[in-house]
Design a protein around this ligand. Structure first.
Ligand code: P6P
Length: 340
């Protein structure tokens, strides 16, 4: 029949990353592949728990607070434990940083490896009870030459990450990953238990029609942000205004931005002096993915990936998405700087 036959050449994430190692040639030890396999397993485990959480009493508060003093939900705690145990057991990690843990974990002994993983095990968790898409975000550094694995190995600009990605838990589990050569999206086939390549070589359109900001913070916004929003809501020269889409779950808002284009922003303002989102395990991975997909990620005043972190939980303002849309924001910041 003229219907396209289902592909018999299934490209799984493992095969795709292994292919990457072959492309890397002799220097590839397969360690990154094995680390990414461990991360895949954690995503599958978290996906099943997120999916059934609404059936059993996993939703609701865990009665504790995380490093940022935010109430922990049971799934947060479970997801963090799943990731810490799997990453340690992989034998490929030296330093782990989690949004849920005040201190970094330094891996010692036979489990010590040469990669550092910074992660938010379940971002957007305030949406768990509402059944909104949530996700795991991760970034991977290789320990610096000569280092045995310590905090300084993760207090480095995001441009030094060797891989970054997220898994979004929604109607399906979508894992989006870069190892520095573009961005690929994979969808979990629950029957196979494999992430299958469904979005090869994701590229953000140069300009979109969607903006994604929490405008409930408008009374705190600084002039460059207010002027930018005005310019896309009341456009001059007869252009159509942008549509507003804000889910309040970074993984879901960024995933839509990567696929459809447009701009996601969580700026610094009079209420949040450094913005709200975390630099190491939210902004850096999403900025690396955005740049690898042809977009831009900025604080408004400078490139996100150039920031040199001083604290593992520090926050940063962030605008990311279509190149032309983010350049428009930067223009308003430059005008504001000149006016000062
Ligand atoms: P607000 C969710 O709590 C989160 O960390 C991100 O996933 C999301 O982008 C942001 O905070 C939403 O923050 O202030 O708009 O609710």
């Amino acid at each position: 029949t003229d219907e396209e036959l289902p592909s018999t050449d299934l490209i799984t994430l493992t095969r795709d990353v292994l292919g990457e190692q072959f492309r890397l040639g002799a220097e590839a030890t397969g360690d990154l592949t094995l680390l990414l396999t461990a991360i895949q397993v954690t995503s599958k485990f978290i996906a099943t728990n997120v999916r059934k959480a609404r059936l059993i009493n996993l939703v609701g508060l865990a009665g504790d607070t995380n490093a940022s003093g935010e109430e922990q939900k049971k799934l947060d705690v479970l997801s963090n434990d799943i990731m810490v145990n799997a990453l340690r057991a992989s034998g490929k990690t030296a330093v782990l940083v989690s949004e849920e843990l005040e201190q970094a974990i330094i891996i010692e002994g036979r489990h010590k490896g040469k990669y550092c993983v910074v992660f938010d095990p379940l971002d957007g968790s305030s949406n768990i009870d509402a059944g909104v898409n949530i996700g795991t975000i991760f970034g991977i550094y290789k320990i610096a030459p000569g280092s045995s694995g310590q905090i300084s190995d993760v207090l480095r600009p995001g441009s030094e990450m060797v891989a970054a990605g997220y898994t979004m838990y929604g109607s399906s589990a979508n894992l989006v990953l870069t190892t520095g050569k573009g961005v690929n999206g994979y969808t979990l086939d629950n029957a196979l238990g494999e992430f299958i390549l469904t979005h090869p070589n994701i590229k953000i359109p140069p300009r979109g029609k969607i903006y994604s900001f929490n405008e409930g913070n408008s009374m705190y916004f600084y002039p460059p942000v207010l002027k930018y929003l005005e310019s896309i809501k009341y456009p001059a020269n007869g252009k159509s205004p942008y549509s507003s889409r804000y889910i309040g779950s970074m993984v879901a808002d960024v995933h839509r931005t990567l696929l459809y284009g447009g701009i996601f922003g969580y700026p610094d303002d009079k209420k949040s002096k450094n913005g709200k989102l975390r630099l190491l395990y939210e902004a850096f991975p999403m900025a690396l993915l955005t740049e690898q997909a042809g977009g831009i990620a900025t604080t408004g005043r400078g490139r996100i990936l150039d920031i040199h972190p001083t604290d593992i939980h520090q926050r940063t303002p962030i605008f990311l998405g279509s190149k032309d849309d983010v350049l428009d924001v930067i223009k308003f910041y430059e005008q504001d700087a000149k006016a000062e």
